[in-house]
Design a protein around this ligand. Sequence first.
Ligand SMILES: [Zn+2]
Length: 465
Amino acid sequence: MAPSTLHRVRRSLFSCIVTGALLLGAPLAAQTIDGDPGLAPGIGPWAGAPRGHITAIVPGIDSITIEGVARDPDSARSVNYELLVDGLSVATGATPRPTGFGRTAAFTESVRVNPGLHQVCLRLSDERLGPRTVNCRTAVTAPPDRVDAAVAAAATGVLISPTGVVLPIEGGEPGNWRVTTPCGASRRLSDATVIERARVVIDPGHGGSESGSVSGSLLEKHVNLDVAKRVVSKLESIGVSAQLTRTSDYRLPIKTRADIAAALAPDVFLSLHHNGGATRPSSRPGTEVFYAQGRPESRRLAAIVYEETVAAASGFDAQWVSTVSEGASLRLREDGMDLYGIHRFSPGIDSIITEFLYLSNRSEAALLRRPDVLDAQAQAIVDGILRWWFSNDDGTSRGRQFTDSSSSGTGGFDGCIDPALTPQNPGFSVSRANILTVASGNIPDPSPTRSLLPSFVLASDPALN
Ligand SMILES: [Zn+2]
């Protein structure tokens, strides 16, 4: 596996925080923890030692607030704690006396840190045995807001339907929202979760009858969703809000994907794909990333994410293939507009499209079946977003700008069938386009195997023939 670039980011941030700590006059003790048994479980000689953990880390712009709990199993005494950020002791204190044996007492500390990613550890002290690190967590400060003011003002939020479908809010009032369905129909929904904003929107390409590139039984739409979920969960685990556009295997036209992004006003709108078509042998992974025209920050993000994902892929062995479009590139239509609707329909948002490896190439498809490879890809995307947020780094890829209007012709509303939005209504909501399709004697696309769609299958999908 590729050495995680996270460590590199962390190391550079570590040097930042050392400098920051010096400037702030913070103590520099305890960089190495002599005699600390680390994250050893509280058994053996440590059986009676205090226990506890970090419960939450709330990000600020240049600070983090750490909340935790602790208890001493053999007494109702208060517990001495110490917090370490990137190996530096930044706060010490004692919890209040718990009210009774076995009860935990909570504590909160706010510490100043340099903006970026940090590792936070909690040490608890036992009079008899000394200090022991009981819990470490990774956390990030609140990333600087890069969203255009007009985009943020126009954001309406999304609903998550009881079946997990993401729906841009058009209007209505709480409990009676009007939303846009994946296929572009307008529906009312009363029972749903509201998400007002997400810093990152991850768009797993294709879905439903649109499989994307194929290698045997391996379909791009499934790989895209797998990696996208990993990216979202990694971002959430360090406190960055992130939202998928597609949460399961259903059709989602490009325009609706962009509407979801517009409704959430993210800093980053990343459409995640795996490529098909190339046959030219290459000495390195043929990853392509596309940025949006006229947006320098989209270009910078694309260059950084390209660099991080290629570095991650290079840790694995395959018979790589590529095309002339490898790198971070700008792809335009003949009329000078962005070729990709993800960019065209998302003005004011820093969108990029990642095409990681060639799924159509058997050797690379074998890698894309491996969870460790998909996880390394997801980690590389997260590392890239963090680097983009917390540095002015330009990345090294200078891809190219080219005009090529050829397209797969997918991603539109034709033949789109909405997934069920509520379990009470297991039928499907039919958009106007579908009614017209059925009325004209054409057959809508079939129900995919793992889907929120109803289980009857009408016929083969005309769009794929
Ligand atoms: Zn694709």
